[in-house]
Ligand binder design. Structure first.
Ligand SMILES: [Zn+2]
Length: 110
């Protein structure tokens, strides 16, 4: 059992109209997804570990990782990433600890 580690989840997906799949030449078939990574401790998300991206063609199922995406897909990825916020639950563990510390500090004065 892993107590700490890194996980990823899809934050946002969009099928871009401007992309033609380089493999099968189909237009509007490439889905670009923003992946959010987070580090977890005891399966509680703790801290954001950045974002990455993948794309998949609905027709030929060809996938690209961010580093080998053709330029057009990469541009669509960056555009989508601009509008994707890191979800607050990525920081659940951090927020809990901060709250506990604050409670401890305040309890001295009560
Ligand atoms: Zn394709």
């Amino acid at each position: 059992m892993f107590l700490a580690g890194k996980k990823s989840t899809i934050l946002k997906s969009e099928t871009s109209k401007n992309i033609t799949c380089p493999e099968c030449n189909t237009q509007k078939s490439t889905k670009v997804s923003i992946l959010g990574f987070y580090k977890h401790l005891f399966h509680v998300p703790f801290i954001s570990g950045g974002k990455s991206g993948i794309s998949e063609c609905n027709k030929c199922k060809h996938k690209y990782n961010l580093k080998d995406m053709p330029v057009a897909i990469k541009l669509a990825y960056f555009e989508l990433k601009e509008t994707t916020k890191t979800p607050i639950w990525f920081f659940t563990g951090l927020i809990v600890i901060k709250s506990l510390v604050l409670i401890k500090i305040f309890s001295k004065y009560i």
